[in-house]
Design a protein around this ligand. Structure first.
Ligand SMILES: [Zn+2]
Length: 438
């Protein structure tokens, strides 16, 4: 594999650019008025519908999707061998600052009386005081995720009175190191509460100022015990900076539904439809069907997305019913080997399997829902620019040795190749390309 630098790339394949223009005319999906020079052509790509294509890439973006036997000259030709080609996976919810991946194994400590967010936060503080440096652990986790095919990610990072901005500053540096391998959104996450943790409202504001992309929240009722004031801060920071919102909500039953209604109402009032997500939203799995339907309609109307990782220990949001109502439902691995649970391997395809398994998804259409949650729905919830296997999108894709997308969800294949902006960055569970060290 030859890595081409930009100025070399730009001088190559002018003749092919003209040829492409003749064949394709305008690249309408990208909005480009005319095609640009092609530096790489991927041949023998099998799409989810079984059709075979060639994919032309220039400047890291897809410039054309051609018929299988259309193999125009390019500076480099890559034969994908007829493997299934799917978009790079979207990790919609992870915590880069708290995983122990690559560190010593830390046995899970159960809560004393059922699940308690307060207790888990206290255990986490104890564990992190003894852990390997955060940047080392974050790189370990990123390598893990990228090796399995994740090319876009949203990570929550603790920002509160207990850690200030230190964790965010560390993860911002790691994000810069990895910018050629993965696009990362960061959520300023008040893990110790907003009202209960001194100085947190100001810290959330400063976090956006230094590079966080989204403002977070945590169980406004059970943690801070003041839904109005908690949401005043979250939406206040979002409105001031023009950023999105992603709130952790573990509160169960009607308490959680009440909070979802408050979040949806504020979203609608502020015109933030499509910019707000609720992560976990366990309550949607607790309430009866009529309440669920009413809440789902409210979510759809206000453009609030729901993230679920299909947790194993309790009911979770019913994916199919929410989607039927028009709600965007996406997924993420959430905690990977940390103080909350020991599970997780960073593989979004395995996460799709878990979602399908726990949701009772058996038909092809249902398996495709699980896959959509780790690709297109995630891209929509995160408002990602240039996502997917389409002209104009970034050439971020994964090759899989399997029959089709449904089979990939039912039994995820190993031995994948991962391409980021047209460059091979991982193969067979190993990240290949060196990071940009700062
Ligand atoms: Zn989380």
């Amino acid at each position: 594999m030859i890595w081409l630098v930009d100025d070399v790339r730009d001088t190559l394949s002018r003749a092919w650019a003209n040829s492409l223009h003749c064949r394709r005319g305008r690249a309408s999906a990208s909005g480009m008025e005319r095609p640009v020079a092609t530096d790489k052509i991927f041949v023998n790509a099998r799409f989810g519908d079984g059709t075979r294509h060639s994919i032309a890439v220039s400047g890291g973006r897809i410039t054309a999707i051609l018929e299988a036997n259309d193999r125009p000259a390019a500076s480099e030709t890559v034969d994908l061998g007829g493997e299934l080609v799917v978009p790079g996976f979207v990790e919609g919810h992870i915590h880069l600052d708290t995983s122990f991946w690559g560190d010593v194994w830390r046995p899970h400590k159960p809560c004393t009386n059922g699940f308690s967010v307060h207790e888990r936060v206290a255990f986490q503080a104890e564990n992190l005081a003894e852990a390997a440096p955060m940047d080392v652990r974050a790189r370990n986790q990123l390598d893990l995720c990228i090796s399995h095919g994740t090319t876009r990610m949203r990570s929550h990072v603790m920002v509160d009175g207990s850690v200030g901005l230190k964790s965010l500053e560390t993860i911002l540096k790691v994000r810069e190191e990895y910018k050629d391998l993965i696009d990362i959104q960061l959520v300023a996450f008040p893990q110790s509460g907003i009202l209960k943790s001194q100085g947190t409202p100001q810290l959330l504001d400063e976090a956006i100022g230094i590079g966080a992309d989204v403002v977070g929240g945590l169980d406004p009722a059970s943690f801070d015990r003041d839904v109005e004031k908690h949401l005043d801060v979250v939406f206040g920071v979002a409105e001031k900076h023009g950023v999105g919102v992603d709130i952790h909500l573990h509160d169960p039953n009607m308490l959680g539904v009440f909070e979802i209604e408050q979040i949806a109402a504020r979203t609608h009032t502020l015109g933030m439809e499509g910019h707000v997500a609720v992560s976990h939203a366990y309550s949607l799995g607790d309430v009866p069907p009529d309440t669920l339907k009413k809440t789902a309609d409210t979510l759809a109307h206000s453009g609030v997305a729901i993230m679920t990782n299909a947790p194993g220990s309790r009911p979770f949001p019913p994916v199919a019913a929410l989607r039927r109502a028009g709600v965007t439902v996406f997924s993420g691995n959430d905690n990977i080997r940390d103080s909350w649970w020991p599970y997780g391997d960073g593989d979004m395809l395995n996460r799709a399997t878990t979602i399908g398994y726990r949701s009772g998804f058996y038909t092809d259409d249902e398996l495709l829902i699980a896959f959509d949650m780790i690709t297109e729905a995630g891209a929509k919830a995160l408002r990602l620019d240039g996502y997917g296997l389409r002209v104009g999108a970034k050439a971020d894709f994964v090759t899989l040795n399997t029959e089709n997308v449904q089979a990939a969800v039912a039994s995820p294949p190993q031995k994948r190749s991962v391409y980021k902006e047209g460059k091979l960055i991982a193969r067979n569970d190993k990240v290949l390309k060196k990071r940009v060290l700062t």
